[in-house]
Ligand binder design. Structure first.
Ligand SMILES: O=P(O)(O)OC[C@H]1O[C@H](O[C@H]2O[C@H](CO)[C@@H](O)[C@H](O)[C@H]2O)[C@H](O)[C@@H](O)[C@@H]1O
Length: 274
């Protein structure tokens, strides 16, 4: 693992830094850019409804989406329609619910199968989490997965409410995944953002995509580690974090969503022949 320590120090990476990391990697092969949304394309906010992409991020993404040799996909923990609305760009692939649902530009949807006994427990789990709510915590029901948010709860009580939510999630046979001031309940199936990324690339480029294309992915959370793992030794990946101690399978650490925007601007410049 190569950690871009100077980026952690500078916090505002220069274009030349990123060019150095990417220039050697990118050739004339088709290029796939996979991106997480919360904490990567849009900075973390007190409530998911408050997130937005800056005008620079949006402009770079819009430009990139029009380049024929660049393939663009956003892979998020949000519901797929929610993240599509937030990003607001047509003609690209969206995956939601940590990859459980995938929406292609032509409207085709892939929904990953979940055993009926697991599905049967979903509403009961949501009801139990709704009963746990207190001090500003709330439940985001995304139909296939749930996020129990406790950002508004006093920090001293985070651990307690997190553990109570975890216990409920596991009692109903779901997997509890730590998130930013939240805990995510995901069905106990062998499917995650990494599997979804692999599925999307298989579907769009064929099973030999590893030989045919070049891939870059950026993400900020533990759920993004599955994509970093998939792309180890194959692509270039960025973990957005300010934590110098965080252990990641990503190729590089970058400190902010602004750094991700710099990557997007580099891709825009490179593939738009600017
Ligand atoms: O995979 P992502 O696109 O990164 O989505 C992960 C979760 O993001 C959202 O929650 C997080 O971001 C919120 C907005 O900044 C923040 O208020 C919250 O505390 C974070 O946990 C979203 O609400 C979840 O559904 C996603 O799974």
């Amino acid at each position: 693992l190569r950690i871009v320590e100077q980026l952690d120090l500078k916090l505002e990476p220069q274009m030349e830094d990123l060019e150095k990391y990417l220039e050697d990697y990118v050739s004339n092969k088709p290029f796939a850019l996979l991106l997480d949304y919360d904490g990567t394309l849009a900075a973390i906010q007190p409530h998911p409804n408050m997130t937005y992409m800056t005008e620079y991020t949006k402009e770079a993404l819009l430009n990139i989406s029009s380049y024929p040799n660049v393939y663009l996909a956003v892979i998020s923990g949000r519901g797929v329609d929610d993240v599509k609305t937030k990003v607001g760009i047509d003609g690209i692939v969206y995956a939601g619910n940590h990859g459980l649902e995938i929406l292609y530009p032509n409207g085709t949807r892939y929904i990953h199968e979940v055993p009926s006994d697991v599905k049967a427990n979903f509403t009961k789990m949501v009801d139990a989490l709704e009963n746990l709510k207190r001090d500003g915590s709330w439940v985001e029901n995304k139909k296939f997965s749930v996020t129990f948010h406790f950002r508004a709860v006093p920090e001293k009580d985070h651990e307690k409410i997190n553990n109570e939510a975890k216990e409920i999630i596991e009692k109903f046979g779901y997997r509890a995944n730590p998130a930013h001031c939240a805990i995510e309940a995901k069905p106990p199936v062998v499917w995650h953002k990494g599997k979804a990324a692999e599925y999307i690339l298989n579907h769009s480029f064929g099973k030999d995509w590893r030989e045919k294309i070049q891939v870059v992915f950026a993400g900020d959370d533990t759920t993004d580690e599955d994509v970093f793992e998939l792309l180890q030794g194959i692509g270039v990946t960025f973990r957005v974090t300010k934590d110098p101690n965080i252990v990641t399978k990503a190729t590089y650490k970058v400190p902010s969503t602004e750094a991700v925007t710099k990557v997007l601007q580099w891709v825009d410049k490179k593939f738009g022949n600017k």
